[in-house]
Design a protein around this ligand. Structure first.
Ligand SMILES: CC(C)(COP(=O)(O)OP(=O)(O)OC[C@H]1O[C@@H](n2cnc3c(N)ncnc32)[C@H](O)[C@@H]1OP(=O)(O)O)[C@@H](O)C(=O)NCCC(=O)NCCS
Length: 183
């Protein structure tokens, strides 16, 4: 799958493949406190029937990636990452929109994820797609820089087959594209 998305920069999306693993780990090392192991990441590529792994590229360079895990009729967003110098240019929106359209094609009924309670940018992004807070997992993230383990906010988007969800996905993409002309 390749798509040119209407974000602030032209973004190409494609499936993540084995030869991308080193680039993903290098990108994650620039953005996250901890990265997945190469073995775990490769294991995520082994079963496309239960996983969607996407890479975003600008001018042939990897600028982000995102992953969805299918559990029965639910989709779990297990990662979305945009390289530090490319954030806030609509790429995260484009990646999530592609994952969510894939979830609809798969016939899933709901989406869920965990996010650090301090991660306001990501929480704001998920809310734009209609995700709502549903609970807290205490001490879910053991790797926080300050204050010991950090709690996770659990968020859900229910009834994604309702046309309102796809409208929100389309709206988020439109907004990302509109922002591209804001200068
Ligand atoms: C979260 C993340 C994926 C967002 O990707 P992005 O490409 O920067 O997001 P977008 O440019 O599509 O932003 C969409 C919206 O998200 C929110 N947002 C994104 N970055 C934000 C920031 N730094 N501060 C406040 N809001 C922010 C805004 O609502 C934004 O819309 P706007 O620009 O019209 O105001 C990116 O910041 C990232 O990789 N962060 C580190 C990894 C991470 O936290 N991943 C999520 C783990 S659950």
């Amino acid at each position: 799958m390749t798509a040119v998305a209407p974000s602030r920069v032209p973004v190409d999306l494609r499936p993540l493949v084995d030869s991308d693993v080193d680039a993903v780990l290098a990108l994650d090392a620039r953005v996250h406190l901890n990265t997945w192991s190469s073995g775990f990441l490769r294991s995520q590529l082994a079963d496309p029937t239960t996983r969607t792994n996407l890479v975003a590229e600008v001018d042939g360079q990897m600028v982000g990636h995102a992953a969805l895990l299918v559990v029965v009729d639910e989709g779990h967003v297990i990662s979305v990452t945009v390289d530090s110098d490319r954030q806030r240019s609509g790429i995260g929106t484009v990646l999530l929109a592609a994952l969510f359209r894939d979830a609809l094609v798969r016939g899933l009924s709901a989406l869920t994820l965990e996010v650090r309670v301090s991660n306001e940018p990501a929480i704001g992004l998920y809310q734009r797609f209609g995700f709502a807070p549903a609970g807290i997992r205490k001490g879910y993230y053991a790797d926080s820089v300050v204050g010991g383990p950090e709690d996770a906010l659990v968020m859900w988007a229910h009834d994604i087959a309702d046309p309102a969800f796809l409208n929100r996905v389309d709206g988020a993409i439109d907004r990302a594209g509109r922002n591209s002309t804001d200068g």
